[in-house]
Design a protein around this ligand. Sequence first.
Ligand code: URA
Length: 429
Amino acid sequence: MRSIVEIIAAKRDGHTLPDDEIRWLIAEYSADRLPDYQMSALAMAIFFRGLDHRETGTWTEAMLRSGVVLDLSDLGAGRVDKHSTGGVGDKISLPLAPAAAACGCIVPMVSGRGLGHTGGTLDKLEAIPGYRTDLDVAAFRAVLADVGCSIIGQTGEVAPADKRLYALRDVTGTVESIPLITASIMSKKLAEGIEGLVLDVKVGGAAFMKNVEDARRLAEAMVQVGEGMGKRVIAFLTRMEEPLGQMIGNACEVAESIEVLGGGGPSDVRELVVTLGGAMVELARGVSADEGAARVAQALDDGSALQRWRRMVAHHGGDDSRLPAPTGETAILASRDGYVTAIDGLEIGLSAVALGAGRTRADQAVDPVVGVRIDAPRGAKVAAGGRLATVLHGRGGAPPAEVTRRIADAFRVGSTQPEPAPLVIERIG
Ligand code: URA
């Protein structure tokens, strides 16, 4: 076995690393015997030189084995999950897990908090008074057995090597590495004891992957790693320029998700729930994608998805009839007549973080109430002085002028109505 310095230099010079060295690196790092400065040098070498498919698979498996791997086989077949690479207004997991459960899937979903300008499922769920995201494995299993879905937070026991490495990458400029993202996401998801996984790889200005080529490479790498470990994986590349749906925040995104669960809500949110949920049903029940999508749409329309949601929330101790309400609102107005041709989702996401809906430091608490509502989506006609968006006030009261200006500047208003842009760009796997 070469020394750590030789391994770093080998990757720096573009060589591939043998499996035993990768396993050793992850084991040493997990056991705190490899210092952060050497791991960060290696992460930067990987950022520039990459990992091939074999190296990525071995790296993923080593991180997966650094913690517990749930065995939920006693719950029966059809255990599937969905993971999104992160977007603005991306509340899809909230309606999706109960809708898929209503169609016979078992959805053991372990979710994360907001990252950068993107929101996190856990922060949204914690806006529901009483909802506990920290169930232990026995309680998680009991909710799954009764409801068919449960959404909890990552415990320290799942892929601890990733937890540590992710925090290091976050502060060393090495997050945007396709093999490292692949290993990070797949090590956590494959620890859930699932048989199949649907991936929503976001593409665009408000996503971590800015262009279709990079998103496709990431999606293909994740599909390949999952399949190499005996799982069925389907990935979708989906558009992430404007925020998804109307609401960006925490409590307000829960409220919007409940509308979707009841058969209403914004059409883009419903479309993604039906498409991604359809693929989950396809994997879990062995039906076609179209049949899966039709079953999910039916579950949203006939009340069965909403019923699953209510049972899941009750099991977690939550009461969604007491969602906290905004303390006031500030309108963001158009300065000219025309059509909304684009909304910069990254700017809206960063504004929501600045208002307190997300974090700029890991130890910050989010404000569950504060948010932004999009009143004039892309393609809408607006008049000068008409409402583009609304800031929902939280504990900080009215927003600072620089934030309202930033939100107003995120809207492009032109004379010609833009063509509708497809939400689902491509399916892989
Ligand atoms: N999400 C993750 O879980 N890991 C990454 O590396 C990037 C996004």
